[in-house]
Design a protein around this ligand. Structure first.
Ligand SMILES: *Cc1c(COP(=O)(O)O)cnc(C)c1O
Length: 392
């Protein structure tokens, strides 16, 4: 049988506590979700502001369905381009402080499409070791030479740039907020170095959009780096509570990607209702920063509580990892939490490096203090049980 290897590989995953399975959510995506008829407190959603189930976003999507229907029936360049795509791209550009923006069906496709369009065989792309999988896939597929520097190591980035002057184009790419560690890239330094070596700079602002900066515009707002970064990638699927990815930058970049990015050209346009939901999400964030304030209040509160029994808790963002080490231990704690009504999956290799399996807490503005207390009180005895073994 030709597929025998599939069974063997699945067994190997099971043997190493690396088998992945999903749970089925029977409710909307809120701080509580229903699974098998029971409520679970969720600490693993990227829905940072709780917008995925926000009344204004639901209303916007429903109104768009009434007016424009659901499907688009074609790619943007053929006949799928609708008014709401245009409106949303204008809004994204305004939000990110760039001339223009281009929508992709997902953030994954934005990264792969943009990187493959920008660099090829004669070029080099240099990225952080912990960059998101979609960036790595783009780098590999592009055919460009691909080098990584140790996580956030700016001097290693510089030395790679020093050694790469023979290439036609040099692209530097980094997450602004790292998705599995929740820490942030030293963007001002990276901007300086990219400028010094005349490299193109691209940042992935997926976890910063709607989360960082005074008005939630992302890492560019946070650091005041408007117009200093050539290519800003983001996702509408996280804090914005919708679906879709984008690239923001100069108009010439956007025109170029429209013509060259295969994951833009050869795929069907997003449903207009998805664009309406994104527009409503962005408007809501611009008009009212109270959700953003509540999110950061939750981050500070959880950090202070966790720090009482775990050392070195870093909480630079709403993603707060608790590094456990072995996949088995991380899975055991995650299972115990689940038995106690808390959804907090163990993140294991290959998503994170071997020996750094973790519980990755992500917070939402809609979590209450009581919700966070429940997590702490359930987690504490579990951590204590394996504390000596894992030296937390
Ligand atoms: C989620 C994520 C993406 C992909 O975005 P989607 O819209 O979910 O496809 C890209 N980069 C990073 C850093 C992410 O966390």
């Amino acid at each position: 049988m030709g597929l025998e290897f599939v069974l063997n590989e699945l067994q190997a995953l099971k043997d190493h506590a690396l088998m992945r399975e999903y749970k089925t959510i029977e409710s909307a995506q809120g701080p509580y979700v229903q699974i098998n008829g029971k409520p679970y407190l969720s600490f693993c959603s990227n829905n940072y502001l709780g917008l995925a189930d926000h009344p204004k976003i639901k209303q916007a999507a429903i109104a768009a369905i009434h007016q424009y229907g659901w499907g688009t029936g074609a790619s943007r360049l053929v006949a799928g381009n609708m008014m709401l795509h245009q409106e949303l791209e204008k809004k994204i550009a305004e939000f990110k402080g760039t001339e223009a923006a281009l929508l992709f069906p997902t953030g994954y496709m934005a990264n792969v499409g943009a990187i493959c369009a920008l660099v090829g065989r004669e070029d080099i792309v240099i990225g952080d070791k912990l960059n998101h999988a979609s960036i790595i896939d783009g780098c590999r597929q592009s055919g460009a030479s691909f080098r990584v520097y140790p996580h956030n190591d700016v001097s290693q980035l510089e030395s790679l740039l020093q050694k790469s002057s023979r290439y036609r184009r040099r692209l530097v790419v980094t997450d602004s907020v790292f998705s599995m560690d929740g820490d942030t890239a030293p963007l001002p330094e990276i901007v300086q170095i990219a400028q010094k070596y005349d490299a193109i700079l691209m940042i992935d602002d997926a976890h910063a959009t709607g989360v960082f900066g005074q008005h939630g515009k992302g890492m560019i707002e946070y650091y005041g780096l408007e117009r200093k970064i050539d290519i800003i990638m983001g996702s509408l699927s996280k804090a914005i509570g919708s679906i879709g990815g984008f690239i923001a930058g100069e108009k010439c970049l956007i025109d170029f990607l429209k013509n060259k990015a295969r994951s833009f050209i050869y795929t069907t346009a997003l449903p207009p209702a998805a664009c309406a939901a994104s527009l409503a999400g962005l408007t809501l964030i611009q008009e009212d920063t109270s959700l953003l304030d509540k999110l950061w209040e939750n981050v500070r509160y959880l950090k202070s509580q966790l720090s009482e029994f775990i050392s070195n808790i870093s909480a630079e963002s709403p993603i707060i990892p608790i590094i456990i080490g072995s996949a088995e231990d991380a899975l055991t704690i995650s299972t115990r939490l689940y038995e106690n009504g808390i959804l907090l999956p163990a993140i294991r290799p290959p998503t994170v490096p071997l020996g750094t399996s973790r519980l990755r807490v992500s917070l939402m503005a809609t979590h209450s203090k009581e919700d966070i207390n429940k997590l702490i009180n359930t987690l504490k005895p579990q951590i204590a049980q394996i504390a000596q073994k894992i030296k937390l």
